[in-house]
Design a protein around this ligand. Structure first.
Ligand code: NI
Length: 139
């Protein structure tokens, strides 16, 4: 970790009031950590905008495993990209519905491609890519 720098920020009082309300609801005990998290989140998003940047994320899928060939299609897709899919969690939510969470790592463009292919597969009820980071290079 590099040394700490202290900065003064001029900010509109109403805006600061809203920020304080927001961070209190989220459980922050001080503004500094909330500011740092905002900055880190922006930096992580910026990484994902560079197609060749190495990124980490999760893809969440909910689908009905009774839909014809759907489980096979999703499995085939995952095998096509096996190098980028580190782990898969499968939960049988009820008689019909399955939840899968895939941990994905690779170039941003590839990870987005995997996510889009899985989520857009016919029969997937809901899908979401969550972007995050390996944490390397992020203080
Ligand atoms: Ni299942």
């Amino acid at each position: 970790m590099s040394e700490l720098s202290r900065i003064g920020v001029a900010i509109d009082s109403d805006l600061l009031g809203k920020f304080d309300e927001l961070i209190e609801k989220r459980g922050y005990t001080n503004r500094s950590e909330a500011f740092r998290d905002l900055i880190r989140d922006r930096l992580v998003h910026q990484d994902w905008e560079s197609p060749d940047r190495q990124v980490v994320g999760t893809v969440t899928l909910v689908y009905d495993h009774h839909v014809r060939m759907l489980s096979e299609k999703l499995t085939d897709l995952q095998h096509d990209f096996h190098r980028s899919i580190l782990s898969t969690l499968h939960v049988h939510l009820d008689h019909d519905n399955c939840l899968e969470v895939l941990v994905v790592r690779g170039k941003a463009a590839v990870v987005k491609k995997i996510s889009d292919a899985l989520i857009s597969t016919k029969g997937v009820k809901h899908g979401q890519l969550t972007i995050t980071t390996s944490g390397a290079g992020l203080a």
